[in-house]
Design a binder for this molecule. Structure first.
Ligand code: PMP
Length: 344
């Protein structure tokens, strides 16, 4: 077989990861495969794969705006939350500018900071995995961008809304704050911040969200940002022509239609998170107070990497010995408990 045909044959056979893999717990993916209605919409969208999507994704923008009750001019889109963040760095920074973030944080942030040739300033989390808002605000004085993840990745912790507002009051208005809400749908509604009111008070904030987590569409790369009309105009200018695949619009529309089923899935995941945390705690293993679809086991003298090494479980291990574990099915939970149980 010629090399290209061999490559194509290999790809057709092995390009897709398994949708249901109780051991895939390292990327904070949703453990459920697409809902039937979303699957049908995706299949429909593929029938027109020979056609370009919209030049600029205006319809997806309006759909999301309508769903969350904000004007379309305040919504921007990207290839996942990562794409939106990249647009923001392109729009608001110049090489050499400082970007401030917690350490550890979502792995993508140091990567995009480097791509934008920014100077990285990190502020350690406190021992319980919370953001050090005083440290971040101090560092923001000389920075162009400050990143706050709420809930935080990898610890899942979530600072109270009042503390976020106190922090934002301390950040200079010429620094852009990326408030990353990639996991907000997993947090209890009392923790959600009213974005319109927030942006009216703090016009230097860009809220970043994604369909990769609670909506379970990580493979489709759909993210959005919310900002004042003025900042959103600058961000929208970064939108790539034909940059959002046609699958995005149909999958988001079908997901909104099936919101009840998605909410039920979110409830199942958060209930599983509580169960796993409770069992680990009963076994004497501390986890941070996580409000997302994962939890964090700080090292506390143990190298979790070694504990999970020969278990077949893929979890995200950190250099200091800590580990982040995505919440999956009950089978995943039992596998994690069994691994941790071995080392007691
Ligand atoms: N922000 C945070 C905090 C994340 O954990 C992730 C993904 N792990 C992202 C953003 C990026 O998500 P995506 O680009 O898939 O939307």
């Amino acid at each position: 077989m010629p090399p290209v045909e061999r490559l194509v044959a290999a790809e057709l056979g092995g390009a897709l990861p398994s949708a249901i893999d109780p051991f895939a717990l390292s990327l904070n993916e949703n453990p459920f495969p697409p809902l039937p209605a979303v699957r049908s919409a995706l299949i429909r969208s593929i029938d027109a794969a020979n056609r370009y999507p919209e030049f600029l994704p205006e319809r997806l923008r309006s759909l999301i705006a309508c769903h969350i009750g904000m004007p379309a001019e305040q919504v921007v889109l990207g290839a996942g939350a990562t794409g939106v963040v990249m647009h923001a760095l392109r729009a608001f920074t110049a090489p050499g500018d400082a970007i401030v973030m917690a350490e550890p944080t979502f792995d993508g942030y140091p990567i995009v900071a480097q791509m934008a040739r920014l100077t990285l300033v990190t502020v350690p989390l406190d021992p319980r995995g919370h953001n050090d808002f005083d440290g971040l605000a101090d560092a923001a004085t000389n920075a162009r961008v400050v990143v706050v993840c709420r809930p935080h990745n990898p610890t899942g912790t979530l600072e109270p809304a009042g503390e976020v507002l106190r922090f934002l009051r301390r950040v200079p208005r010429d620094a852009v704050v990326l408030l990353d809400e990639a996991y907000i749908e997993f947090a209890a509604p009392e923790h959600w911040i009213d974005v319109s009111a927030l942006l009216a008070q703090f016009p230097n904030v860009v809220v970043v969200r994604t369909f990769s987590k609670a909506y379970g569409l990580a493979g489709l790369r759909i993210g959005y940002g919310l900002a004042t009309a003025e900042l959103a105009r600058t961000l929208w200018a970064q939108q790539l022509p034909f940059g959002m695949a046609s699958t995005a619009l149909l999958a988001v529309a079908a997901s909104y239609e099936a919101e009840d089923q998605l909410l039920q899935r979110i409830r199942l995941i958060t209930a599983e998170r509580c169960y796993l945390r409770m069992c680990l705690s009963a076994m004497g293993t501390y986890t941070t107070d996580a409000h997302a679809n994962f939890m964090y086991l700080p090292s506390r003298g143990r190298l979790w990497r070694e504990v999970f090494a020969d278990t077949g479980l893929q979890v995200r291990c950190y250099p200091d010995g800590g580990a982040r574990i995505t919440v999956g099915s009950r089978a995943s939970t039992l596998a994690v408990l069994s691994a941790v149980g071995q080392v007691r």
